[in-house]
Design a binder for this molecule. Structure first.
Ligand SMILES: Cc1ncc(COP(=O)(O)O)c(C=O)c1O
Length: 496
């Protein structure tokens, strides 16, 4: 399960509360008719334990939003000086809005805090040609996990020598593209892949620079599907089972391969550095074993990504400075313990760079109060997007927050569930959030920390067209990805 303990209690309103009529379009009764009967704070359950009923439902918790986000004097949420109402008018909703300066600042923050390390921005979290350009301009490296991501990175001007290619099932074509374009390193994940690389390197008369991805057996404190270093999963070679050492020796002996080192990634949205400590200890011990077996000391160690961010007020991420200090100390300790040379170090932060700079903006379509067990009711706020533009809540019970973004309200906070428009009961975007009781159709709802694994994992479920991504800098709007159109979808649809 996700480390934050999902699915707290629901809204508990007294049985006597009037429900909204089916088809009702606004929620005035929530404000004026006291839907909860004697509607006092104590009459409404507070949702999950971590969710604090806000003093001011209009407040923007600065831990969740990009640095330039504030409300204007008119109450509209603005990004780098531009109101989300204006953005919605110009490009429609749903839309992801990226604060370019904030993205760059976070990328730079890692580069500065981890001076001397290589920082590979994990492109899987969110990648466009412009993102690749920003990453290159900020002096970072970039990791990709498909041939197509590699093409986008190159298109954005990323130096191929600063690109790493991941993947547990890279095709021959993807490996060929990587070798032909001069990718700096390939993170090998299986013996089949090593064989393919050997053949290709001979054919292309080149050398593949590789890291061997290992599984350290660490159970990261995160959801099962995003914890990747325990043994029973598809990524990497097991240290415990001895396959990791065998793969390292095999690469070392292979003429077409230049073995650079070891790669470990233990999971995502991790707050507890203990997992990194255990992983570092096990990878350093493996380096020592490899040194004993071959007399060669491996020059590189990559500790992967997974640094947690604040999606809700309960998340307390570490700063890059604190992470750097902690990881450096751990590595130094283990290096001394095993009498190893200092390896060249790298990490692969994805969401910690791309998540917080962006918000998703939706338009409310319907508001419905639903009777649930125990005489309780729940307020469902349906928006014009959903699981097709953010699958994370449905996929691994990820939590988000939200605000009404086009105005402020004097109505009291009511616990709501923000849901999408898809034909799926689990189509939830924000499981529990306090919104003003007068939230109504036409309002804009903004969801912070939506830059990572949202657009990147978007689908066309129900023939939804994928939302655009725009960036804002100094009040200027520019398109990063245009909105998909029905014509785009129909172009794929063959009617003989
Ligand atoms: C190998 C690897 N590196 C880096 C990352 C980035 O993780 P995050 O975005 O949580 O930092 C991932 C995420 O899945 C990954 O698999």
């Amino acid at each position: 399960m996700d480390h934050r303990g999902r699915g707290g209690p629901s809204v508990h309103l007294p049985l006597s509360a009037p429900t909204m009529a089916e088809g009702s379009t606004t929620l005035p009764c929530m404000t004026h008719m006291h839907v909860a009967g004697s509607i006092h704070a104590d009459a409404v359950a507070q949702g999950p334990q971590w969710l604090v009923r806000p003093e001011d439902v209009n407040a923007l918790d600065e831990r969740l939003w990009s640095t330039s986000v504030v409300r204007s004097d008119e109450g509209v949420v603005t990004v780098a000086g531009l109101g989300v109402d204006q953005i919605a008018r110009e490009v429609g909703t749903p839309v992801y809005v990226v604060d370019e300066a904030d993205f760059r600042r976070r990328a730079r923050g890692f580069a500065e805090a981890f001076a001397g390390w290589d920082i590979y921005y994990a492109g899987k979290s969110f990648l466009t040609s412009k993102v690749a350009r920003w990453v290159a301009e900020e002096g970072l490296c970039l990791d990709v996990c498909s041939g197509n991501e590699l093409t986008v990175a190159l298109r954005g001007g990323m130096d191929p020598a600063k690109i790493g290619l991941h993947g547990n099932n890279k095709s021959v074509e993807e490996l060929r593209l990587a070798l032909e374009s001069g990718v700096g390193r390939i993170i090998v994940d299986s013996l089949d892949e090593i064989s393919r690389l050997e053949t290709l390197a001979t054919e292309l008369d080149t050398t593949a620079r590789v890291l061997v991805r290992v599984t350290t057996g660490v159970e990261a404190h995160t959801h099962e599907y995003i914890a990747t270093a325990h043994e029973d999963q598809k990524f990497g070679f097991s240290i415990q089972g001895g396959q990791a050492l065998m793969a390292l020796v095999r690469c070392q002996q292979s003429p077409g391969i230049e073995l650079r080192g070891i790669h470990s990634h233990i999971g995502s949205q991790i707050f507890d550095t203990h997992g990194f400590e255990v992983a570092a200890r096990r990878t350093m011990r493996l380096m020592a074993q490899f040194g004993q077996a071959t007399g060669v000391s491996l020059p590189e160690l990559d500790l992967g990504g997974g640094f947690g961010i604040a999606y809700t007020a309960e998340d307390t991420p570490a700063t890059p400075d604190a992470l750097s200090a902690g990881l450096t100390e751990i590595i130094e300790h283990e290096r001394r313990a095993y009498g190893l040379h200092q390896p060249h170090l790298s990490i692969e932060p994805g969401r910690a760079i791309s998540g917080p700079p962006a918000m998703a903006v939706y338009t409310v379509g319907t508001v419905k109060v639903v009777d649930i067990e125990g005489g309780a009711q729940r307020v469902y706020v349906s928006v014009d997007g959903g699981m097709s533009d953010n699958i994370r809540p449905a996929l691994y019970a990820a939590e988000y927050s939200a605000v009404v973004a086009n105005r402020t309200s004097t109505a009291r906070p009511v616990l709501c569930r923000v849901v999408g428009k898809h034909c799926e009961g689990g189509d939830i975007l924000v499981r529990d959030v306090f919104l003003p009781a007068d939230v109504r159709p036409g309002d804009l709802v903004a969801v912070p920390a939506s830059g990572a694994y949202s657009r990147a994992m978007a689908s066309n479920y129900n023939h939804a067209t994928k939302p655009p991504v725009v960036s804002v800098k100094d009040g200027q709007l520019s398109t990063m990805l245009r909105r998909e159109t029905l014509d785009d979808l129909l172009a794929l649809d063959v009617l003989d």
